[in-house]
Design a protein around this ligand. Sequence first.
Ligand code: ZN
Length: 493
Amino acid sequence: MAIMSLVKERFSCIIEIHMAYDKSQKKKKSENISDWYNDIVVRADLADYSPVKGCMVIKPYGYGIWELLQAAMDPLIKEKGVRNGYFPIFIPISLLNKEKSHVEGFSPELAIVTHGGGEELSEPLAVRPTSETIMYEMYKKWVQSWRDLPLLINQWNNVVRWEKRTYLFLRTTEFLWQEGHTAHATHEEAWDFVLWAANMYRGIYRDYFAIPGFVGKKSESEKFAGAVTTLSFEAMMPDGKALQNCTSHDLGQNFSKAFDISFQNKDSKKEYVWQTSWGFSTRSIGALVLAHGDDKGLRLPPKLAPIQVIILPVQPDDSKQLTRSNELATELSSAGIRAEVDGREDETLGFRINKWEVKGVPIRVEVGPKEIESGSYLLVRRDTFEKFNSKNITKDVSKALASIQSNLLAQAEENLKKLTSEINNFKEFEEIMRTKKGFIRAFWCEDKACEESIKGKTKAGTRCLLLDEKEEKGKCVYCGNEAKHKWIFAQAY
Ligand SMILES: [Zn+2]
């Protein structure tokens, strides 16, 4: 016994030393992107691991990014005539079972509630993995005549999909998103919505996240369970892996027939509605971290940065410096710039600089004795570490913020270009997937078994068929059979 406890004591001591050592070692993005990612998400205060395995806690700094995204996207959704509502988190199993391919697709990742109020439920309830079924049971009631259409509802909520391997933001058992669900009298009108949502997402990614990418159609095996067609936005991360960020589905009449959502048309004949659903999730924050971060930490695009400017008095215990810092923050705030002062006296200037670099705040302003005297302040850009002095701080900060936003997009565009290859033979395909990875554009026969073989050999699956891809005559890059289109392939997160 004595020996055992001695071993345990020794062992725990070794673990502690190791952990302390580990903490002091900064992870480098350029060396191991996945270790770097896990480390930086926690160190930058975006999120933390929770006591529930696979679920994360989004901390205020991370949630601030989500709020800015909501503030940008919600008006666009409303402009299109869609209104926000809210539906229950619990879905009776019988509802999920109504659309066969939908329930088959989601069954493996369902969380099921069997007891409530101390009693076994007469019917188990699934915690929503997505809300098609619970919403459409209501749509059936609400749609009677052509006058009730289109029915356009969005909800901002959480969903649960039981995941075995999880990654903060990128893959968690519970995540936040918006899900839009529309019902229309004609397929054309529904398809217009599917395209609108996909393009709206692409615009948000480009203009706010500074992340370019491809919008295209998913293959039969990759489309949403229950959809006729799924469009997705695919972005390329710096390590050569693709990240699917949001999807927009043409549900056809699959759900309206299963749920009997029908209406009397103008000729008093019964018709089933045409439906769409589209979602954008907190996964996007993971994309933001991966796309723009560097060895020092995050680099947030100004439009999504909860704090755009951090003002640091060099000596916070100097009342002149602290007062001037607060005045500058007020001046910037009144111009609509999100600015804060960090005047912690127990932290050195170097420590505070490092802290805000990790958090990716786009601009740092330093206020020291020199600055007080000259009225010219030191500005430092987080994206380039470029330093300059400014006497007209509001004007120069505004200009620098716009420049950082476009610089990050330009860098991501460069990365996308560098990591997109057009090829004709499978040897080259394998070689690229062994080395730089990225997107490959190549002819594919659209056969499921062929798709699986390619994935088995290279870990790269089909990502999408570009929306504007024209029909051509070609040979499948893998099996050599006839192919009509070039598809986009990549390994994925
Ligand atoms: Zn093939």
